[in-house]
Design a protein around this ligand. Structure first.
Ligand SMILES: Nc1nc2c(c(=O)[nH]1)N[C@H]1C(S)=C(S)[C@@H](COP(=O)(O)OP(=O)(O)OC[C@H]3O[C@@H](n4cnc5c(=O)[nH]c(N)nc54)[C@H](O)[C@@H]3O)O[C@H]1N2
Ligand SMILES: Nc1nc2c(c(=O)[nH]1)N[C@H]1C(S)=C(S)[C@@H](COP(=O)(O)OP(=O)(O)OC[C@H]3O[C@@H](n4cnc5c(=O)[nH]c(N)nc54)[C@H](O)[C@@H]3O)O[C@H]1N2
Ligand SMILES: [Mo]
Length: 756
C-alpha cells in the first residue's frame, strides 16, 4: 500500500521491478509507476552521515548548510553523537528548544509512520515544540471548527459519492474536482470512485459546473468557467446577493440552523460599507459575466445543489474566507444535511471525501503526551527560526516563538512544503543542529547536520488502513533493506536505549511484534461490533493480505444536525452554523472579520503587483507523483521537459513572449527564479500558468540561498506569509510571476546525485 493506492509487486535484484494495481480498484493511479527501481535508486542514502562542518567545529549556526560535504560514520558513532547532542540541548536549553513538529506525509503504514515514531520518541525525551494543523488545511483547520464545529468531519463524514450520484441535480465546484488528486489518500486507498460517480451523476441528468483556471480540473462533460484566480469569494458573494435580493434564500433554514445571517446580509447588501456585493461588483473583480452569475444563482436555487470548495482555495492569503463563504452560500440555499445537497470541502482534493467511513478506531502507535506547551501553526517554521522570543497571533491567542536550538525532521521535506525557499535557507542557518531521517538525499537531508538513513516502506512489514477505506492491509516487505539503511523505529529504539528509556520506547517488542500487537488491539474493537464483516487471527490476516471492514454507507454531511439540531447541535459556541462568529469578531483582526467577506489579495491579477509580474502561477499538486516523493520515478520523469518540471501556459501568453512548446523558460519574480519546460494548453485560462509542486529544489549555486533552482520548484517564488492572523495557514497555491525564454547553457540537474 502507498498513499496513492494498493498494489502487488514483482521484485528482482533487491528492488521492485514491476507493480500491479489491486484488482478491486477500478481507476488505479499512474503514480504507481514511480515505484519500480526506487529502492536502489542512486538518490538513496547509503549510510549514516554527518556534515563535515558540524563534525569538525561542533554544533552552532551555519550558513554552509546545503553546500557542505558529509562524512560517513558508523551506526554506533551516529547513535552516540546524536544522543549526546540531544542530552546537551535538553540540559542546557530545555525541551522547548527542540522543534520536533516534523511535518510531512512520510509513507503509508500505521506502525512505521515516521511522525508517530518521532513524536513518541521526543515525548519520552521530555517533549518538544510542536506544530499544529497541516499545509493541506491550515486555514480550514482553524476556521471551520469555529463555523461548523469540526473540520475533519467535513471529509471523513462527507456526503457519500453514491448519494451525490443518485441525488444531486447541480454540482457547483469551486476549484473543480481534479481527478489527479483523488489518486491520493493519506495512509492509502483501495478504490478510486470519483470518476465513476461523476459519470453516474451526469448519466442521471445531473449537471456539473467547474469554476477553475484549469479545464482539466474537471474530467468529462461540464460547464467550465475560468474566472481570475483568487476571486471565488467575490463570485460566491455575487451569487449570494442574487439569492438575497430575489428572495431565493431559505429563511427558515437560516433562522433555525444558523446564527448571524443578518450581520452578514447587511455586509452583502452594502448596508455596512456602502458597497453592495452585486453580480456586477463580483464581475468586475472576477471577470465572470454578471448575467452568468445571476443565471447560475437561479439554477442553484431551483434544484438539489451541492456547493463544493477544493482545499486549494484556502491555501492562499485570506484562505479562511472561501470555505466559510461556501458554507454560507450553501446555508442560504437551505440544503445542508439533505441527500446530495449542501456543502462539500475537498471533493477532488483527496480521495477521502465521498468515501464511506469505518466505525472503528485505527491501529495506532501510542505517542504519549508532550509536556512542552509551545506550538506554532505549521507554516510558521521560518518565522520560528528567524524570530525567537517574538510574539505572534494565532487563533485568538498571543504566543511566543521559543529559541530553537535543534530541529528534528523525520518523514517530511520542508523544501517541498514551505514557501520562499531563500528565506527558509536563511532560517535553517540559525539552529545549532538539524537532524533529518530520510531514505533519499532530498534537499532537506542535504541541509541536515546529522543524516539518518531510513528504509522505505517497501523494505519493511507494516499494516495499512485509513478511516475511510474498507480494507485493512498487510504490507509485506518487497525488498531487503537497502545498504546501511534502518527502520526509523530501530534508530529511535537504539537512541532511547542509549538515553535510558529504551524499555519504555520499545515495550520489549520487535517491529513485527508491534505490528501483531496493533492488529490484535484493533481486532478487539472490531469483535465488539456485532455487525463486523470479519476479524481473523493475525496469522490468517497476514497470509491473506487484507481484511474487510464494515463501512457506514449512504452518509449525508450534517444530516443528524438537520434532523434534530437540539439533540445533535454543532460544537460551535451557538450549536449552530456560525455565519457570524462573535469570537472571531472579538479578536479584532484586520485580516479575518466576524463574517465571511472579500479581502483583496496581493498575489492576484486584479492588483498592482500584476503590472510587474503579469502571470498568475498556480502551484498545485502534481499529477505525476505525491509531492516531492519519488520525483526520480518513471511517471514523474516522463513528464519532464529537458529534465525540468513542465509549466503550462495558454498558447496566446506563450506567443506574446515568443515561446514555443518544449523550450526551457526562466520563471521569476522578486523572490527568486526557477527553470521549467514549456507545455502549451488552451485549457489554461489566459494570464494563468501552472507549475506543480514537487521538483526537488536544485540550486545552481548551493552556497547562495537566493540561487535560481534549475529544476522547477515553485516554492522559490511563493511568499512566506500566513493566510491571516487567525490561522496562519500555508499560502503556497498562488504567486505572481513573469516568464521568459532561458537562452543560457542548460545547467545539469544535480538534485538526484548524492552530495560529496
Ligand atoms: N507552493 C505550494 N507548496 C505546497 C503546497 C501547495 O499547494 N503549493 N501544498 C502543501 C501541502 S498540501 C502539503 S501536504 C505539503 C507536503 O509536503 P511534505 O509532506 O513534506 O512532502 P513529501 O514530499 O511527501 O515529504 C515526505 C518525505 O518523507 C520521506 N519519507 C517517506 N517514507 C519515510 C519513512 O519511512 N521515514 C522517513 N524518515 N522519511 C520517509 C520521503 O522520502 C519524503 O522526502 O506541501 C505543501 N507545499
Ligand atoms: N496526484 C496527487 N494528488 C494529491 C497530492 C499530490 O501531491 N499528488 N497531494 C495531496 C494533498 S497533501 C493535498 S492537501 C491535496 C490538495 O488538494 P487541493 O489543494 O485541492 O489540490 P490542488 O491540485 O493544489 O488544487 C486543486 C485545483 O484548484 C484550482 N485552483 C487553484 N487556485 C484557484 C482559485 O483561486 N480558484 C479556483 N476556482 N480554483 C483554483 C487549481 O486549478 C488546482 O488544480 O491533494 C492531494 N492529492
Ligand atoms: Mo496536503
Amino acid at each position: 500500500m502507498a498513499h496513492w493506492g494498493m498494489f502487488d509487486v514483482e521484485s528482482a535484484d533487491g528492488d521492485v521491478s514491476a507493480v500491479h494495481p489491486y484488482a478491486g480498484d477500478a481507476d488505479p493511479s499512474p503514480i504507481l509507476g514511480n515505484l519500480p527501481g526506487s529502492v536502489r535508486h542512486r538518490a538513496r542514502i547509503t549510510g549514516p552521515a554527518v556534515r563535515r562542518g558540524w563534525l569538525e567545529s561542533g554544533p552552532g549556526p551555519s550558513e554552509v548548510r546545503g553546500a557542505d560535504e558529509f562524512v560517513a560514520v558508523s551506526w554506533d558513532e551516529l547513535t552516540e553523537l546524536l544522543a549526546r547532542e540531544l542530552r546537551r540541548i535538553v540540559d542546557r536549553h530545555g525541551n522547548r528548544a527542540i522543534f520536533g513538529g516534523s511535518y510531512g506525509w512520510a509513507s503509508a503504514g500505521r506502525f512505521h509512520h515516521a511522525q508517530s515514531q518521532v513524536h513518541r520518541f521526543l515525548n519520552m525525551l521530555g517533549g518538544y515544540t510542536r506544530s499544529v494543523h497541516t499545509y493541506s488545511l491550515g486555514a480550514t483547520g482553524v476556521i471551520m471548527p469555529r463555523v461548523v464545529g469540526t473540520h475533519w468531519k467535513l471529509f471523513a463524514r462527507s456526503t457519500n459519492w453514491d448519494v451525490i450520484a443518485a441525488n444531486t441535480d447541480l454540482m457547483v465546484c469551486f476549484g473543480g474536482v481534479p481527478l489527479k488528486n483523488t489518486a491520493v489518500n493519506g495512509g492509502g486507498t483501495s478504490e478510486h470512485p470519483t470518476r465513476g460517480a461523476l459519470d453516474r451523476l451526469r448519466d442521471r441528468g445531473g449537471e456539473v459546473v467547474s469554476i477553475s483556471p484549469l479545464r482539466d480540473d474537471l474530467h468529462g462533460r461540464c460547464e467550465w468557467i475560468a474566472p481570475i484566480p483568487g476571486s471565488d469569494v467575490a463570485i460566491m458573494l455575487g451569487l449570494a446577493h442574487v439569492l438575497a435580493s430575489e428572495g431565493l434564500h431559505d429563511k427558515d433554514f437560516l433562522d433555525r440552523y444558523c446564527v448571524g445571517y443578518e450581520r452578514f446580509e447587511s455586509y452583502l447588501l452594502g448596508i455596512d460599507d456602502g458597497v453592495a456585493k452585486t453580480p456586477e461588483w463580483a464581475s468586475a473583480l472576477s471577470g465572470m459575466p454578471a448575467e452568468q452569475i445571476v443565471a447560475l444563482a437561479r439554477r442553484m436555487a431551483a434544484g438539489r445543489t451541492m456547493v463544493t470548495v477544493t482545499w486549494s482555495l484556502q491555501r492562499v492569503r485570506y484562505g479562511e474566507q472561501a470555505p466559510w463563504m461556501g458554507v454560507t452560500l450553501a446555508a442560504m440555499l437551505g440544503q445542508i444535511g439533505l441527500p446530495g445537497g449542501g456543502f462539500g470541502h475537498g471533493y477532488g482534493s483527496m480521495n477521502e471525501p465521498g468515501l464511506a467511513p469505518v466505525p472503528y478506531p485505527l491501529p495506532t502507535l501510542f505517542q504519549g503526551s508532550n509536556p512542552v506547551s509551545d506550538l506554532i501553526p505549521v507554516a510558521a517554521i521560518a518565522d520560528l527560526l528567524l524570530r525567537p522570543g517574538e510574539e505572534f497571533d494565532f487563533d485568538g491567542r498571543r504566543l511566543t516563538f521559543p529559541d530553537t536550538r535543534l530541529v528534528y525532521w523525520a518523514g517530511g521535506n520542508p523544501f517541498h512544503h514551505h514557501q520562499d525557499l531563500a528565506r527558509l535557507r536563511r532560517a535553517l542557518a540559525r539552529p545549532d543542529t538539524i537532524v533529518v531521517h530520510e531514505p533519499y538525499w532530498t534537499p532537506m537531508a542535504r541541509h541536515a547536520d546529522i543524516v539518518v538513513p531510513s528504509t522505505t516502506s517497501l523494505e519493511r512489514n507494516d499494516l495499512a488502513c485509513t478511516r475511510n477505506d474498507p480494507l485493512l492491509v498487510a504490507m509485506h516487505a518487497a525488498a531487503p533493506r537497502y545498504a546501511d539503511a534502518r527502520d526509523d523505529y530501530d534508530t529511535f529504539a537504539a537512541l532511547a536505549h542509549r538515553l535510558g528509556f529504551g524499555e519504555r520506547f520499545t515495550e520489549g517488542r520487535t517491529a513485527q511484534q508491534w505490528i501483531e500487537h496493533l492488529y490484535e488491539q484493533w481486532r478487539g474493537f472490531v469483535l465488539t461490533d456485532p455487525a463486523h464483516v470479519e476479524a481473523p487471527a493475525f496469522d490468517e490476516f497476514w497470509r491473506r493480505g487484507f481484511v474487510r471492514m464494515r463501512t457506514e454507507d449512504g452518509l449525508s454531511l450534517f444530516s443528524d444536525f438537520r434532523d434534530d439540531p437540539e439533540r445533535n447541535p454543532l460544537t460551535t459556541p451557538s450549536g449552530r452554523i456560525e455565519i457570524f462568529s462573535a469570537d472571531i469578531d472579538g479578536f479584532g483582526y484586520d485580516d479575518c472579520a466576524g463574517h465571511p467577506r472579500w479581502f483583496e489579495p496581493d498575489e492576484w491579477l486584479g492588483g498592482p503587483r500584476a503590472q510587474r509580474f503579469p502571470l498568475h502561477l498556480i502551484a498545485n499538486q502534481p499529477r505525476t507523483r505525491l509531492h516531492g516523493q519519488l520525483d526520480h520515478g518513471g511517471t514523474s520523469q516522463a513528464s519532464k521537459i529537458r529534465g525540468r518540471e513542465p509549466i503550462r501556459l495558454h498558447p496566446a501568453d506563450a506567443a506574446d513572449r515568443g515561446l514555443a512548446a518544449g523550450e526551457v523558460v526562466r520563471v521569476f519574480n522578486d523572490r527568486g527564479a526557477c527553470l521549467a519546460g514549456v507545455v502549451l494548453d488552451d485549457g489554461v485560462r489566459r494570464g494563468v500558468v501552472q507549475l506543480s509542486t514537487g521538483a526537488w529544489y536544485d540550486p545552481l549555486d548551493p552556497s547562495d540561498p537566493n540561487s535560481m533552482c534549475v529544476h522547477g520548484n515553485p516554492n522559490v517564488l511563493t511568499a512566506d506569509v500566513g493566510s491571516s492572523r487567525l490561522a496562519h495557514g500555508c499560502t503556497g497555491q498562488h504567486v505572481l510571476v513573469e516568464v521568459e525564454r532561458f537562452d543560457g547553457a542548460l545547467p545539469p540537474i544535480k538534485a538526484f546525485e548524492p552530495p560529496l
